[in-house]
Structure formats: C-alpha cells, structure tokens
Design a protein around this ligand. Structure first.
Ligand code: GLC
Length: 732
C-alpha cells in the first residue's frame, strides 16, 4: 500500500475523545480506553509481527471498540461524520450510487482523507478501511479508465492480462485513497437470464478460477507489498450464478457434489492466492441463505479451504434472513455466528451496534467469535499498512484515467472480441471502405460500459470520458468522410461497402438485468437492422451486451457477427479488430443459445447451441485458401481430457471433457481409463461400468448428439488418489 505517513497524533486528542465518550454516554462498561503515550505502543510498532500487533491492540480494545470494527456503513449514511470515531466504526463503503461532488479523483481522495482523519481521532486510532465496487475499473469515478466487464475478460482466456488489468485498477483506486475493492466476482454464471451474467468470467469453473489473477493484480504478490495494494474480494460466496431460472438472489438447487464441482473451485483458487476478503451471496443453497450458512462459511470456507481473511456480508443482506424488511438482533446473531465478520449494514449503524452489543452481552454471540472477527479484520488493516500510511498517496491520483491505463484497456478490449461469424471474409474491413454505421450503441459510451458505471445501474449517454466504437471507426479509416452514421440506419443505400450495426443491451445491474422472458434484440435494434438488411449492403453486427442474446433467427441476414460484450471506455479496441489491426482471438466464455428456451445451456449438457463454449474465429493467415490444410480427420473421432477439480485426503473430484474431433456428429461416445485402485463413488452426465480396475463411461441417452468440434463433459467423485490416467475415447 503506497500511502502518506501518519502525522503523529498528540496524546491530548486521545484524552479528549475519552471525555467525549463519557459525556455522550458512549463509554462502555469495559476498561477505559488506555491513553496512548507519545511513544509507540506495540500495536503501533511496524517492526513487530502483525500477529503480535493484533494481539496487543485487541487487548486494549473495549467491547464497543470491537463491535465497531464489525460494522461497515455507507459513506452517505454517516451523519455526523464524527460518529465514525464516536462509534468506533471499522469500515466505510460507497455503494453503487454513492458519489462525491464534483465527481473526480481529487474529490474522492479528499473525501477519503477527511474520513480517515476522523477515524484516527478515536482513542486507539484504528484506521478505517474503505470499500467500493471497482469491478471494471474505478467505475464510480468519472474519468477513470473502464475495462471490459468480466464476461469480456473471460473471453480473452488471458490470466496474465487480467492480472495487469487488476494492477491498473488498484493504482486508480489507491489514487483516490480507497483501500478495498469488492472484486473480482468469481461467480460461475450457469443461466444467461441472470442479470449479473456479465460479472462472470465464464460458465465453467475453469476460467473464473484462472482469472483469480485479478486478486494478485489488486493486492500485489502479498497484501500491502509495493505501491497501491488494494484489498480484493472474492464474491459472492457461494453459488450466486447457479440459481434456478437465473433469478438474482434466488435459490441454487444443486447437490453438494455439483456445488463443489462448479461453484467452489474459483474461491479455492482465490484463497490460495491470498484473497483478503470474501463477500457472501444473497442467494440460497437448497433453500438456506448463504448469509446464514455456518457449514459453508465457517466449516468449508474458513475450515476446509483455510481462508484467513475476513467475511463481509452483502448490502443489507442480513435483513433478508427472516424474510421481513429491516434487521433484527436474531438475524445479526445468525449471520455473525455463521461466520460473517463484518456486516455491510449499511445505513442504521446506531441500531445495528446497539443490537450487536446486546447480543454479545447476552452471550448469544460468543466473545470468542467477536475476537475472531476482529483479528481477521485488524490483520488485513495491518497488512495493508493502514496504520503507518493511512492517507492517499497523492502521487497516484493523476494516474486515474491515464493514457497508459487506457492503452491497457484498449488491449483488453481487443483480446475480448469474439468473432462468431464471418461469411466471405467480409471482415476485416478495408480502411478505405465506404461504411454506413448504425445502432443505438455505436456512439454511446454508457451503453458500451454497461452497469456499475458512474452509478449502480449505469445509463446510456456520455456518462464518462472515453472513445465510442464509432469514434474508433472514424479514427481508423483513411478518410472519415467516407463513414456515414445514423443511429437508426436512415439514409442507407446500396452504394456502401458494408453496414456496421452496433446493437445490443442498454445498461443494467443485478436483478434489474434478469431476463425471465425473451432474450432477443429490442425493437429499435430490429428496425435498424431491417433497414440495413433491406439495402442489400453486407451487414456486420457488433453486439454490445452483457450476455449471449437470442439472435439465431436473425443471423442468416448478417454477413458477420462480433461479440463485443461490454468493452468500457476504450471502444477503439473494437475497431482495432474490425479493421484487422488485430485479428480476433477471443473465445466464448458462455455457450451461445440457439433459443432462449434452451436456458440454462452450458458446455456438456447435451443441448445443441448456436455457438459452443470456446467458439471463436479469427482472420485467415493469408488471402487465399489455407496453404497447409489440416489433414482430414476421421469422421467419428473423439478425445478425452481428464482434470482433477478438487481433492481431499482419501478422495478427489474430477471432470473429463469429451471433444468430437471428427467431421460427423457423434451419437455416442465412450471413455475408458485405469482407475489405479480408486473407486468411483458418484458420477454425473454419463453411465459407468467398471471391469478389472478399468472404468468405462458412456454418454447417457439425454446427452444427444455431439456436433463436430463440440465438447461435453462428465464428472465424478472417487475414493483413493487420481494418479495421471490417460483416458481413451471412442466415438460412434
Ligand atoms: C450489491 C452487490 C455487491 C456489491 C455490494 C456493495 O448489492 O450484490 O456485489 O459489492 O452491493 O455495493
């Protein structure tokens, strides 16, 4: 963490605080706050091990000091600001719509420093930790660099690039003083109807697991190392992307084996990388709220996975536990005893602290639980360096929205583009072409940035500084006067080389983005496309959306289709690909439905998609036919790839991917391998036979045919050790 050093706080301030507390009746029955002498106390000595500093500080804290650390409140709810010290509040956040005025990096930094100064005025001078949703850049700050949302970063299949993105985001967040980002979402989105699909890196655990490099980007190799270390958050634990119907905050109705196989691995990887916090999910698992789930939070996350950071609840999520509005003492006790260390209240902090105090006094929340929560929280504050460098490092502030970061964002946009169709090589476009550009998202920075952009829901229009896709196109061509733009496609005629239609979704976030009904284009887009298609000019569609859309019926009228996802502020990354300055390399992170009626549709479920998971075209290496075409594969051929997805003493879980490498659909396949002494205890998406220590799994009837190039998978749990089997695949 690169921050300004702490001005030494005179002893007098501590004494005055103690007096203030007694006058306001806030003093507690516990020992009076120890006056802090001018010389450093152990917890103030950075040369000591963090564990020793935590232990010393904990020994000096009153019960009120401790329960205060477990409260996180919205900045705008803090009235008066002095309550931060009076109530010993440990954390402040800016929720989706929380902002400052004027909205710029300087004002955010000033706001942060003012709050920190207040917090340091408390008797023990414990710094506050400030959290925000910097989920695709420092997106609350106007003028910050906005990167592609996670669905686009997942399409890059480039964990190293995502780590670099995380580093840039950390530098911009730290440039405003803020120490903690509620990112990355490690959700595995299984139903594209979910309004948070774009916050997912992919529909299988592999890509979200690989993209936990974002954690290292944000925090640094170790928390607090080097400049601009920002606490990361693995969210939302557990199974937020697996709810029935893709309903946001719904119920994930799956077996524990599937929950562990699909949703847990990215969190396991994040913990391995040292993620400092985990945010719980609003959703339930088989009817039990994650925020009340002691087995998942304490036994699995903190016990089995060994998570040593702290668990934070989601925004007012504790309020949901009893199904009534508002929060109660019972709900607080349920959540804290389940393993929540910090409660994102976020508003009525006096009521919260009063209820929490009462529950602790009554023994319904053991003091040991309170101390454990405090140890976890304080450990992260010490590791971040907040006690030594609590204020903004102003050398980082000018870097918010810097050209360097925007260049990185443009690179990420390029790498996230997925070319789904390119008939007749209509792409790349020539830079001297006569082009007609249309569509509501061609010249709209708000649409191309999506939700969580200078506001919770984001919005269409010039919400922040950046380059629209149209501006990128105009900058790329040799003569901008040969580019005509009309949002609705009015005025097009047959004289253009091609028409580029930039269409898709307008911004949304969370439940407001759920699409239980149709998943197609809106009427404006359909009418615009009809005008372009009627002209007879080749139509290139650029889809700006937070998920795959139901477009199969329209696809035949389009010569090319490029999934741009939600690219953020650097729309020229899209034009880089349109004109071939960079060939498209992106691969689908989500299976692309043939119809919304197929949802959920995922790799290996046997349904026939429009485009399979992992699909993505590129441009030919030369202009003519491929100089050395691949040897014609056997018509009925397949390969099998074995991968251990989790292991524990005496057992393991594995997934086997079956790929049709032939040229004809496979109506059946079988995979055989030596078990090496292991015994399969459960298996899904296949039928098992075992003979002489060798397993053979065949496709199940409902799997249906496997198209050429498509992949399916089956999974199983086994007792014993996995070894390194070489599964043999036979197609039929
Ligand atoms: C929201 C989201 C969560 C976010 C939090 C704070 O409701 O679920 O992802 O971090 O509140 O804004």
């Amino acid at each position: 963490m690169s921050r300004s050093p702490l001005p030494r706080r005179p002893v007098l301030v501590a004494a005055l605080c103690a007096v203030a507390l007694s006058l306001t009746g806030q003093a507690t029955a516990g020992p009076p706050p120890q006056p802090v002498s001018a010389t450093a106390l152990p917890y103030q000595d950075p040369s000591l091990p963090v564990a020793d500093r935590v232990a010393d500080l904990l020994s000096r804290m009153t019960v009120d000091d401790k329960i205060g650390q477990m409260a996180q409140i919205e900045k705008d709810a803090l009235v008066p600001q002095s309550d931060l010290a009076t109530y010993r509040i440990g954390s402040v956040l800016s929720g989706g719509d929380s902002t400052v005025s004027p909205n710029n990096a300087q004002t955010w930094a000033d706001t942060y420093d003012s709050l920190q100064r207040t917090a340091l005025g408390s008797p023990l001078g414990i710094p506050v930790i400030y959290g925000i949703d910097a989920v695709h850049g420092h997106n609350a700050v106007r003028g910050a660099t906005l990167f592609p949302h996670n669905i686009g970063l997942g399409a890059t299949r480039d964990p190293a690039l995502v780590q670099r993105v995380g580093r840039a985001v950390a530098r911009e967040v730290a440039g405003t003083g803020i120490d903690w980002s509620f990112a990355p979402c490690l959700c595995v989105a299984r139903n594209d109807r979910w309004g948070r699909t774009y916050e997912s890196f992919g529909e299988t655990p592999e890509v979200p697991g690989a993209m936990t490099t974002f954690v290292t980007g944000l925090q640094g190799e170790t928390l607090g190392s080097g400049p601009a270390s920002v606490l990361a958050t693995a969210k939302h634990y557990l199974g937020d992307g697996g709810t029935t119907g893709g309903v946001d905050q719904g119920d994930t109705q799956v077996s524990e084996a599937e929950l562990r196989a699909v949703h847990l691995p990215p969190f396991k990887e994040a913990v391995r990388r040292g993620v400092g916090s985990v945010m719980l999910s609003y959703s339930s698992w088989n009817g039990v709220k994650s925020h009340a789930h002691k087995y998942l939070v304490t036994d699995v996350l903190k016990g089995e996975l060994g998570f040593t950071g702290f668990v934070v609840s989601d925004w007012a999520a504790v309020d949901q536990l009893d199904g009534q509005s508002g929060f109660t003492a019972a709900e607080i006790t349920t959540a804290v005893n389940a393993g929540v260390d910090m409660v994102m209240v976020p508003h009525d902090y006096k009521k919260f602290l009063g209820l929490l105090r009462g529950e602790v006094s009554a023994g319904r929340i053991p003091m040991a639980r309170v101390d454990d929560a405090n140890r976890r929280i304080l450990t992260k504050k010490f590791q971040l360096g907040l006690f030594e460098r609590p204020y903004t490092d102003r050398s980082l502030t000018p870097g918010v929205g810097s050209a360097e970061h925007r260049a990185l964002a443009r690179e990420a946009v390029r790498a996230s583009q997925v070319l789904l169709k390119n008939d007749g090589g209509v792409l790349p476009l020539a830079k001297n072409a006569r082009l007609f550009v249309a569509g509501k998202s061609a010249d709209d920075i708000g649409n191309q940035s999506g939700g969580w952009t200078v506001g919770w829901q984001g919005r269409s229009g010039p919400v922040t500084e950046g380059t629209t896709i149209l501006q990128g196109i105009r900058a790329a061509v040799t003569d901008p006067s040969r580019v005509t733009y009309d949002r609705y496609g009015n005025g097009i005629d047959g004289g253009y080389t091609a028409a580029v239609a930039v269409v898709g979704e307008t911004p949304y976030a969370e439940m407001r983005g759920d699409r239980p009904g149709g998943m197609g284009l809106d009427q404006e887009d359909l009418q615009t496309l009809a005008r372009l298609e009627a002209s007879g000019v080749p139509v290139v569609v650029v889809l700006v959306s937070g998920r795959p859309l139901d477009i199969a019926g329209r696809l035949p009228a389009w010569k090319a289709l490029l999934a741009a996802w939600l690219p953020g502020t650097e729309g020229d990354g899209v034009s880089d690909v349109l004109f071939g300055d960079h060939a498209p390399t992106g691969k689908l992170p989500m299976t692309w439905m043939s119809s919304a009626s197929q949802q959920p549709i995922n790799q290996g479920d046997g349904k026939t998609p429009l485009f399979p998971y992992g699909h993505g075209l590129t441009y030919g290496t030369g202009t003519g036919p491929d100089p050395d075409p691949e040897p014609t594969p056997a018509p009925k051929a397949c390969t099998a790839q074995f991968r251990v997805t989790s292991a524990w003493s005496g057992g393991y879980q594995a997934e086997v991917s079956v790929k049709n490498t032939g040229t004809a659909p496979l109506t059946g396949w079988s995979v055989a391998w030596d078990l090496g002494g292991a015994t399969v205890s459960s298996l899904w998406n296949g039928s098992l036979t075992v003979s002489q220590g060798r397993a053979t799994v065949r496709n199940t009837a409902h799997n249906g045919a496997l198209s050429p190039g498509a992949t399916t998978s089956f999974g199983f749990t086994a007792n014993g050790t996995a070894g390194t089997p070489a599964p043999q695949c036979a197609g039929s």
